[in-house]
Design a protein around this ligand. Structure first.
Ligand code: ADP
Ligand code: MG
Length: 398
């Protein structure tokens, strides 16, 4: 008996600084997704926010020193589409001015392969909730909480997860100007962290806007550089140790989350830290899987990765990043609710090393999403494959 394929809208690109990384993530996923099982509708969000149909050719989405992929470069000409939320049951309706909408049919689930603002921060998740569309990954709250490093840290520490010391630099306090008491108080607080420190936008990603600062004199400039990306800035004491990542998947059928074998990020020796270059462009940056840490630390990292996942009520998938310090301590650095899926990214590599090759990993992420009810997506325990249940989201095209 022939079975209808499951229609998956793979949405990528987006308005954030991580546009190119998202394209590269989509490139890998589109090359690995099981086309016998899934009918894929690739949708790009341009850097200016326009939604367009795109070519899903993975080869055109690779990120390398000589080529920075973009939605603009793979857009199908004249395919501009505008998402309109709203009327009950209509789902994600896409229309365009000056033309009669052509129905693209329906999608069963959206895979928002977006990193950073307007993608990993709860905003597109909110849009999909409003339209009653099933989607993969974290919901509105977990996305927003994971994106904002201040609240991420507050939730982690509330659950007793270990992290290093930091200072939050808020817009109002900073704008009070140099020489003001408030700014001085913050700078003094930062100086107490000791040097070096890492200065980062609170809601950034891919290391964009991050500076390692080794002296007080460089601090204000680094804060201004981070403020280009976010008016709220975090300053953290530099941790002395190696970086270890651990990938997490939501448990099957309501079970507890599952953690992968952890891997170490071995940063290109030419890079000062795991910055954008080192992450995506330097050939010498590699993952060492399993991470070279004692068994007890591996167990601790996997336990903490699941605890971090639960601390923000994450769903679907996440990558939790740690430091393993020179004194043998495990500290949480951050959680990424839509981790990079590029060929250089830890998430797919760590699952492959844990016995879950990429096609099966993608399958699991989509199947987990399909099991959830659209709308306030409470898990439907034991409901099995819920493809036929509930309205499919409708997509129209000019
Ligand atoms: N407190 C810290 N100590 C040492 N290195 C850090 C610290 N914070 C950030 N880094 C370095 O900067 C990189 C990016 O920081 P991170 O907080 O993960 O931001 P992003 O969300 O952009 O990935 C880390 O992978 C690490 O190399
Ligand atoms: Mg990071």
């Amino acid at each position: 008996m022939g079975q209808e394929k499951i229609r998956v809208a793979v949405v990528f690109g987006g308005r954030s600084t991580e546009h190119a990384v998202s394209c590269a993530s989509a490139g890998l996923i589109l090359s690995a997704i099981d086309h016998d099982r899934y009918e894929v509708l690739p949708i790009g969000i341009a850097t200016d926010g326009r939604w367009v149909l795109v070519s899903g050719d993975p080869a055109r989405l690779a990120l390398s020193p000589g080529s920075v992929p973009s939605v603009e470069s793979v857009a199908v000409p004249g395919s501009e589409i505008t998402p309109v939320g709203g009327s009950a049951g209509s789902g994600l309706r896409v229309t365009s001015p000056d033309s009669v909408p052509r129905d693209l049919g329906a999608v069963d689930v959206v895979l928002p392969l977006l990193h950073g603002a307007y993608g990993e921060d709860g905003t597109i998740q909110g849009l999909l909730e409003m339209t009653g569309t099933r989607y993969a990954g974290a919901g509105v709250f977990a996305s927003a909480a994971g994106m904002d490093k201040e609240y991420m840290k507050l939730l982690m520490s509330a659950r007793g997860l270990p992290a290093g010391p930091y200072v939050v630099v808020r817009d109002r306090e900073w704008r009070s100007g140099s020489g003001s008491g408030e700014r001085k108080r913050i700078l003094d607080e930062i100086a107490e962290l000791g040097w070096p420190v890492f200065v980062k936008p609170a809601r950034g990603g891919s290391s964009i806007g991050i500076t390692r600062v080794s002296a007080f004199e460089e601090l204000e400039e680094a804060i201004e550089a981070a403020r280009v990306h976010d008016p709220k800035v975090l300053v953290e004491a530099a941790v002395d140790g190696i970086e270890v990542e651990c990938a997490v998947l939501e448990g099957l059928d309501g079970g507890p989350p599952e953690a992968s074998v952890p891997g170490q990020v071995v940063v290109d020796p030419g890079s000062e830290f795991y910055d954008f270059e080192a992450k995506y462009l330097a050939s010498a940056t590699t993952m060492r899987i399993p991470a070279p840490v004692p068994d007890s630390a591996v167990a601790e990292i996997r336990r903490l990765a699941c605890a971090a996942f639960d601390a923000i009520s994450c769903e679907g998938l996440a990558r939790v990043d740690f430091f393993y310090t020179t004194t043998g301590q495990v500290l949480v650095n951050e959680i990424n609710t839509m981790p990079g899926m590029t060929p250089a990214s830890g998430f797919p590599m760590m699952w492959a090393a844990s016995g879950l090759p990429l096609p099966q990993l993608v399958d699991r992420i989509i199947q987990t999403a399909l099991r959830k009810r659209p709308g306030l997506r409470l898990a439907t325990r034991g409901a099995g494959l819920a493809v036929a249940a509930g309205p499919r989201a409708v997509l129209g095209l000019p």
